[in-house]
Design a protein around this ligand. Structure first.
Ligand code: RAT
Ligand code: ZN
Length: 425
């Protein structure tokens, strides 16, 4: 194969654009589900409009509306109100609003008509199977990792009967109640037949380890995951500290899977808003560094929610190769912050990072979350390659393809020590 060298900045621009557009993506964290999970897989315009990011924004313009009145409305009524408030009465340029328009437009719908019922008719004409296929195609996503929570009854019931998982999806074992609410979780484990007690006895440790083994065997997860408050510390004299040290980390080593920590969420600062009521606070990166140092045989994935933590976290990843940083999470998933974080991470970590995940809760969002992020990653990469060309470095097309494939999943799969399913695509 002849070596194709990039000859000019114009050529760089167009080659990079094509590569970014055509490289298949592994989306390493979402809240999407396969069709087997029935109503847990959300899609369509009313789900898009009632995304909790948009619910929070709607209340800002509705000082008279009680929370109870909103939650008592049907989904269609809620969607009507969000549309009227955020799209008709004000310009929808917030990132979450813009996302809805990107989705409609990429689906070939005319956003200039502002005709919500016509959009509803389009979605009503699609089957879930058809729509899944269309969204994977339009988003350029090859595989999506779900968030699989055995503590959610509706989901646990599906796991009792489910067969093979749709190969476009992977699983992640999510463990928030085990780490963040031990006092109400241990009695549940006991009901499910694990011989645990409140105290962290040997019996409890064995019981929790069996619970983790059972679910890992059932789900075959890519990683175990938890979201953690800004107060998260390690080591810590607490049920959470004990569960991590005596249960999660040994089992993660046994199955050779990472422990993913999503740190910095202050849950329910406004409980009446439901999922929209969580907030952010700065956390201590030292806790992550201590885990990485004390458990060099464990792998850690980490994303942090506070903007203030991003630089420290990227520096931590330079110190510990068992730490892989990922995504611009939740309130950071806005163009200005994605660009700032991506630039800084590329400068500190090169391609040894996964710059983005979608966090989609609604299938259709795969289209906009990735369209918007791809454009920013392209812009930042262009500047980085351009700087290299200015030194006289010769840049090969295949090297650009290699780097983009790494950023869109390759580095993640290598960290996991598993084959990248997109590599065969
Ligand atoms: O971004 C979100 O949708 C949040 O509500 C959370 O789900 C967060 O991403 C999480 O995984 O805890
Ligand atoms: Zn999430």
């Amino acid at each position: 194969m002849s070596i194709q060298t990039i000859q000019s900045k114009d050529q760089l621009r167009s080659f990079l654009h094509d590569t970014i557009q055509t490289t298949p993506i592994t989306d390493i964290h979402s809240h999407l589900f396969t069709e087997d999970f029935g109503g847990l897989l959300l899609w369509g315009i009313d789900e898009l409009l009632t995304y909790h990011y948009l619910v929070a924004e709607t209340f800002r313009f509705q000082p008279e509306l009680s929370y109870e009145a909103f939650w008592a409305m049907s989904k269609t009524e809620q969607a009507d109100l969000v549309w009227q408030t955020l799209f008709i009465e004000h310009s929808p340029y917030s990132e979450a609003c813009r996302g809805v328009l990107t989705v409609l437009s990429r689906l070939g719908l005319d956003v200039s008509t502002r005709d919500l019922n016509a959009y509803r008719a389009f979605f009503a004409s699609m089957s879930t199977t058809e729509y899944l296929k269309l969204v994977f195609k339009l988003s350029g996503v090859n595989t999506v990792c779900m968030t699989n929570d055995p503590f959610v009854d509706e989901e646990r019931e599906v796991w009792e009967t489910i067969g093979e998982i749709d190969p476009r999806f992977h699983t992640a074992l999510r463990l928030d109640p085990l780490l963040n609410a031990w006092d109400t979780t241990w009695p549940r484990l006991k009901t499910w037949g694990y011989s645990v007690e409140e105290a962290f006895s040997e019996k409890t440790i064995q019981g929790v380890q069996s619970f983790l083994r059972d679910w890992i065997r059932r789900m075959n997860p890519l990683y175990m995951a938890v979201s953690l408050p800004p107060s998260f510390q390690f080591p810590e004299e607490s049920p959470r500290g004990r569960v991590i040290e005596t249960c999660i980390l040994p089992i993660a080593r046994e199955f050779d899977i990472p422990f993913a920590m999503m740190i910095g969420v202050n849950k329910r600062v406004n409980p009446a808003l439901g999922d929209a009521g969580d907030s952010v606070g700065p956390s201590d990166v030292r806790a992550v560094e201590r885990l990485c140092a004390q458990f060099p045989d464990n792998k850690f994935l980490c994303t942090m929610l506070a903007r203030e933590n991003q630089h420290g976290l990227a520096v931590a990843a330079r110190k510990f190769r068992n730490l892989h940083v990922f995504g611009c999470w939740w309130f950071l998933n806005n163009p200005s912050l994605i660009e700032e974080m991506t630039r800084m991470r590329f400068e500190l970590l090169g391609v040894s990072v996964t710059p983005q995940h979608s966090d989609c809760r609604v299938l259709d969002q795969l289209i906009y979350k990735w369209d918007h992020s791809r454009a920013i990653i392209e812009k930042v990469l262009f500047d980085k390659y351009s700087d290299l060309m200015d030194t006289g470095w010769s840049l090969q097309q295949a090297e650009i393809q290699r780097d983009v494939a790494d950023l869109f999943g390759g580095s993640f799969w290598r960290f996991l020590n598993r084959p990248n399913p997109a590599a065969k695509a």
